[in-house]
Write a protein that binds this ligand. Structure first.
Ligand code: UD1
Ligand code: UDP
Length: 363
């Protein structure tokens, strides 16, 4: 008998995390898989680029919820996803990561008594001012199957009393990175169009704590303008909006050291990361990609859920101009081994597929 799985995704990193699973599920004729895109991210460069780059088929449903406050966005996703659950009656809902779509869809499924599997379970930054931390905790506590990327994540769940059906499978973002790294040469990417000479730094900023406070965003922009290397900044739409709101966009775009570009697709991002002298970011996924690509990284946050990277090529920097500059200088001078396979061997999706198949064949 076939088992119906719905994977629910909505934001940029979700598309990347679901890609290796979609590929893996093709090996299981007993899985009837459907993809639901909540529409949390909707710009072409925040959504379609990733489906194209990662050969993800057109989602079966797009809920088209768009942007709003946390409560409204989460509620709209829940209302729309509930209809899908009524119509499709899935045996399992898979959610990935820690965005509002993750929490909204897991909550709907759990209340219907539909099994929920959380991929990237157990991560904790221990900073509840981050909306993602709330999403992670809530999702983990209502999930039936918890696929952890690391041993630390397993321990975090254990500390909260979540012990059953917890599996350390490695990180699906490691799978997708290893699968796609070998494709980069065929893409014809070049740095010429970016006009960044020599050893450039690649930066991304989008965390609410950094974008929504004027003094933080201003400090970040000034620090980038004063670094010893040109900084390439693929700009998240949230950050563009807030730079404009705080009258900082002109200062940022006129800084000779700072090159602002639109968000790029996954493959181009890997190319830019792979060629950068240093990565400066507040992104969860990019810190880890820096580690996997053996690139030093400065993380513009006071904590991280990817704790294994700290002291292993990644350091946290407080949001002050001099602290960011000092951290960048320090990280470009030090050597790191990046040898430990903290995030698995690129077979997380394979392990997840096997565990799910066994779950359904067991008596
Ligand atoms: C969301 C996630 C965050 C994740 C990030 C990945 C939550 C609470 N946050 O943050 O964990 O790291 O996605 O990128 O779920 N916008 C557009 N076009 C889009 C999408 C967003 O213009 O396609 C703008 C809108 O002005 C919107 C703002 O960005 O209000 C924020 O979008 P939202 O999805 O609420 O949160 P992110 O900051 O993207
Ligand atoms: N990313 C991308 N293009 C960009 C910026 C990010 O492809 O312009 C990729 C990045 O390589 C990583 C993922 O998006 O795989 C991280 O997503 P994001 O930083 O938006 O969210 P987070 O990981 O912080 O939740």
């Amino acid at each position: 008998m076939s088992q119906k799985i719905i994977s629910a995704v909505g934001a940029r990193p979700n598309f990347i995390k679901i890609a290796p699973l979609m590929l893996e599920f093709l090996k299981y004729p007993e899985f009837e898989h459907k993809l639901v895109h909540t529409g949390q991210h909707y710009d072409v460069n925040m959504s379609d680029y990733f489906l194209d780059d990662l050969d993800i088929p057109e989602p079966d449903y797009n809920l088209g919820v768009g942007s709003d406050t946390h409560a409204v966005q989460t509620a709209y996703i829940m209302m729309a996803f509930e209809k899908i659950c009524v119509q499709e009656k899935p045996d399992l809902v898979i959610v990935v990561g820690d965005v509002n779509s993750t929490l909204a869809c897991s909550l709907v499924a759990a209340k219907f008594g539909i099994k929920v599997a959380h991929v990237e379970a157990g991560l904790r930054s221990f900073d509840r001012t981050m909306p993602e931390e709330i999403n992670r905790i809530m999702t983990d506590h209502i999930s039936d199957i918890l696929f952890c990327p690391t041993e630390t994540a397993v321990s975090n769940l254990q500390a909260e009393g979540i012990i059953d059906n917890v599996f350390n499978v490695g990180d699906v973002m490691c799978d997708v990175l290893l699968q796609n790294l070998k494709r980069l040469d065929q893409q014809g990417f070049s740095l010429d169009k970016y006009q960044v000479e020599g050893d450039y730094f690649l930066a991304t900023v989008h965390r609410a704590g950094n974008t929504d406070k004027r003094e933080n965003l201003e400090a970040i922009i000034h620090a980038f303008s004063q670094l010893e290397h040109p900084v390439l900044l693929p700009l998240h739409p949230r950050t563009r909006k807030m730079l404009k709101k705080f009258d900082l966009f002109q200062i940022a775009s006129q800084s000779p050291n700072l090159k602002i570009i639109d968000p790029v697709g996954y493959l181009e991002m890997l190319y830019l990361e792979n060629n950068a002298g240093l990565i400066i970011t507040d992104s969860g996924g990019i810190q880890k990609e820096a580690y996997l690509l053996k690139k030093p990284c400065v993380t513009l946050r006071k904590s991280t859920e990817w704790v294994e990277t700290l002291g292993n090529g990644n350091m946290l920097a407080e949001i002050e101009i001099e602290k960011i500059k000092t951290a960048a200088q320090k990280m470009t001078k030090q050597e790191f081994s990046f040898e430990e396979a903290f995030y698995g061997k690129g077979d997380a999706a394979e392990k997840i597929g096997k565990i799910l198949a066994a779950e359904w064949t067991s008596p």
